[in-house]
Design a protein around this ligand. Structure first.
Ligand SMILES: Cc1cc2nc3c(=O)[nH]c(=O)nc-3n(C[C@H](O)[C@H](O)[C@H](O)COP(=O)(O)O)c2cc1C
Length: 356
């Protein structure tokens, strides 16, 4: 029987086990350049016993930044900063993919050096606030991308992917989940375009498919994964025809031969996850739905029963740098402190203790 502690070959990248760290934004990059820091290198290296670390969401362009102090992958300084992170992870025996996250309408002019309004498929604001340098601020009505700008944005994803490889990442994960730009294109509520990028299922999936194609052209399918979160309403997402949309998306990207599909379950949607997995040849990473608690010990059985190839752990990995060893031992586990999730110093970042 395969267990979560067995190795796996991820399209040529050997992972020591099937326990991945889920992508988690930690808002600790250095301003004004949004450059990864030595503390970030220490944080990821502490967690290198995970078979695969997926980085926090990283903006592929300045306008793709949705929150204060999130790192980028579009400047030479950022690439140099990430090089320290990837070197530290590799020296500790780990593997790390960069999550490329353009936040689209989740953003604020005050996060932009030139005060630009965030961009999105359509000029429809999401409800709620984002975290800026001056504290929480209401989300604004975004500016609708022109077709030329959509093509430039796709090119930003592929250039960030190239930068990720230059910075030493083992691959990239395209963030298509949780209400950010790609999800905004997929969802009918946020995408009301009447051109080739909106309306029909084929048009709404076009942006995701074009991004995946551009990234695989840039760095190879064996180094590219995609994360999606069907039915997730986070960030004001309203989907109609969820199953048809995600089926069409996965069918359209299947020929690219991506290294993995990563489903983040925001609800009891296992039937959808399983259906998508069947349509896809690469590895299947599951971040399972666990109401009212983070992914934990109970979910190890999802590898044993073949539901997933790799399990993604978020909060448990944030609070337990040696999570695989703790899972193998059946615990104990450190308690996570949500007050230090987003921003701040080393407290709640690099000071969670390992066992022993
Ligand atoms: C502090 C924090 C930051 C997160 N940032 C991201 C992110 O940047 N990208 C992403 O795809 N998901 C992000 N997530 C969602 C997690 O990847 C994961 O789906 C979620 O925590 C549920 O998994 P868990 O129960 O194992 O924690 C974040 C979650 C947390 C707690």
């Amino acid at each position: 029987m395969t267990t979560a502690f067995d190795p796996i070959d991820l399209a040529g990248t050997r992972l020591a086990n099937r326990i991945a760290m889920a992508p988690m934004t930690r808002n600790r990059a250095a301003a004004p350049g949004m450059v990864p820091t030595d503390a970030m290198a220490a944080y990821y290296a502490q967690r290198a016993s995970g078979g695969l670390l997926i980085s926090e969401g990283i903006q592929p362009s300045a306008i793709g930044q949705g929150y204060a102090y999130t790192p980028g992958l579009h400047s030479a300084d950022q690439v140099a900063g990430w090089r320290k992170v990837t070197d530290a992870v590799h020296a500790a025996g780990g593997r790390i993919f960069a999550q490329i996250m353009h936040s689209g309408r989740i953003g604020h002019p005050s996060l932009q050096a030139d005060g630009q309004v965030p961009v999105a498929p359509s000029a429809i604001a999401a409800p709620g606030q984002t975290f800026t340098y001056e504290g929480p601020k209401d989300l604004v009505v975004p500016r609708e991308l022109t077709e030329a700008e959509i093509n430039d944005t796709i090119a930003d994803y592929s250039s960030a992917a190239r930068n990720a490889i230059d910075a030493g990442f083992d691959g990239v994960e395209i963030h298509g989940a949780n209400g950010y730009l790609i999800h905004q294109f997929l969802a009918t509520g946020s995408n009301q375009r009447t051109d080739a990028w909106g309306g029909s299922v084929d048009n709404r999936i076009r942006f995701a498919v074009e991004v995946a194609t551009a990234v695989t052209d840039a760095i190879g399918a064996h180094r590219t994964g995609l994360r999606v979160s069907p039915t997730n309403t986070f960030n004001g997402i309203a989907e109609e025809g969820t199953e048809a949309t995600y089926r069409a998306l996965i069918d359209a990207i299947a020929p690219l031969g991506l290294a993995y599909l990563h489903v983040c379950e925001a609800g009891p949607i296992r039937d959808i996850s399983t259906d998508l997995r069947k349509r896809f040849d690469g590895a299947f990473i599951l971040n399972p739905y666990t109401p009212d608690r983070p992914t934990g010990l109970d979910e190890l059985s999802l590898i044993e029963d073949g539901t997933a190839d790799i399990l993604a752990y978020g909060i448990a990995f944030l609070a337990n740098p040696d999570l695989p060893a703790r899972l193998a031992a059946g615990g104990p586990f450190n308690e996570a402190d949500p007050s230090t999730f987003y921003g701040g110093d080393e407290r709640g970042f690099t000071d969670y203790p390992a066992l022993g």
